[in-house]
Design a protein around this ligand. Structure first.
Ligand SMILES: *Cc1c(COP(=O)(O)O)cnc(C)c1O
Length: 388
């Protein structure tokens, strides 16, 4: 129940990777036959990834993951903007830290950043983006689907506004790719980040899509790989695994979405029976597999530990921040009070989950929530005050 943190490597991905680790281990830059075979495999993977996104192969650049793709897009577009006197950036308050921390770094370097409100439903309002766009705006970066609450932004409408103002728009689509339809032309975005391990590819590999009309300058210095844009010997096994996983996810998208949505709705219905519980963010504009709820009066961390003892892997907020005791920046951004944000639980489903797993979770969860509430002074007080 924690597929937003990562997923298993699919059989198709593994089958694509193994030859590149065994016999076809050549460096794609080598001129000999072994190298050229790798080079051909690399370009086939690029074509496949491009096809899945409705992009052209030359618009795909392979990276070490979603984090690098986000950093690359934002830093380089910011730098290009600054060279033309544009030092204003726009993003939202609930981006992944790969975006937020890059923005914070740029603020230290003299950029001005506007953080758009995502409101209680976890959605950006296009008119608020329009009001924030300025003549000196260098880049807009707004995620397609949020990793904690799963809300899906109206990217197409946002992209149209950006284009009307001639400002490039980047979207972190790491949680969306492989889970909902993602087509760069339908979305109208100029740059898009994705990561292999979020859709049954391996970890440590991702891609940045960059529209051909934009000039993408390299983030790193080194060799001439990726058409002089991203130096370093290509992670061929990773790239082939990611391409195979994405192809499989794309070909089964509708079937997977229907299965996952049915499981998610069953979870939501069961959870609704637990008193003093709230669902965070819009249910309508949401990833099929995402459930994010707050159980008032309890701590997310203790809930996670007990679920783990029952064999259920879940997360509070995102995997990247758990371990820290700060409440999730995403839940604070949608206006939850700190004490409520502490009691949050994210269950993220995937095509591999079964109805039995959902039923088992619905057997265990209410019992565990009740046990924790019975031990909680906060809960006692809430009951005494008639708040629950
Ligand atoms: C996982 C994730 C990332 C980071 O991707 P990595 O490949 O793990 O670096 C970035 N953005 C979002 C929304 C994510 O969910």
């Amino acid at each position: 129940m924690d597929n937003a943190a990562t997923t298993s490597v699919s059989e198709a991905a593994l089958a694509a990777m193994l030859p590149a680790l065994r016999e076809n281990y050549g460096n794609p830059s080598s001129l000999h036959e072994l190298g050229q075979r790798s080079s051909a495999a690399l370009e086939e993977a690029r074509e496949s990834v491009a096809w899945c996104l409705g992009a052209q192969p030359r618009e795909i650049y392979f990276t070490s993951g979603g984090t690098e793709a986000d950093n690359w897009a934002i830093r380089q577009l910011a730098r290009q903007g600054a060279a033309r006197g544009k030092k204003h950036l726009i993003t939202t308050a609930f981006e992944h830290h790969a975006v937020l921390h890059t923005m914070a770094r740029l603020e230290k370097d003299g950029f001005e950043v506007t953080y758009l409100d995502v409101h209680e439903d976890g959605l950006v309002r296009p008119e608020e983006l329009e009001a924030a766009l300025r003549d000196d705006t260098a880049l807009v970066s707004i995620m397609l689907a949020n990793n904690e609450i799963g809300t899906i932004q109206p990217i197409r409408a946002l992209a149209e506004l950006c284009h009307a103002h001639k400002v490039p728009i980047h979207t972190d689509a790491v949680q969306a790719v492989g889970h909902i339809p993602v087509n760069v032309d339908e979305l109208g975005v100029d740059l898009l980040s994705l990561s292999g391990h979020k859709f049954h590819g391996p970890k440590g590999v991702g891609a940045l899509y960059c529209r051909r009309s934009l000039r993408l300058t390299p983030l790193l210095e080194g060799g001439a790989q990726e058409r002089n844009r991203r130096p370093g010997t290509e992670n061929l096994p990773g790239i082939l695994g990611m391409a195979a996983a994405l192809r499989e996810a794309t070909e089964h998208l509708e079937e997977h979405m229907a299965h996952v949505t049915a499981l998610r709705d069953a979870l939501l219905t069961g959870i609704a029976d637990i008193p003093c519980t709230r669902v965070n963010g819009s249910v309508e504009h949401r990833l099929p597999g995402n459930v994010n709820v707050c159980f008032e009066g309890i701590e997310g961390e203790s809930l996670l530990l007990r679920l783990d003892l029952a064999g259920i892997c879940a997360s509070s907020g995102s995997a990247c921040t758990s371990g820290s005791l700060d409440p999730s920046h995403v839940l604070l951004a949608i206006g939850l009070p700190k004490e409520v944000a502490h009691g949050s639980l994210r269950l993220s489903l995937d095509a591999q989950n079964t109805r039995e797993e959902v039923d088992y979770t619905l057997e265990q969860l209410p019992r565990i929530v009740q046990t924790l509430r019975d031990m909680s002074p906060v809960w006692e007080q809430m009951k005494a005050e008639g708040r629950c």
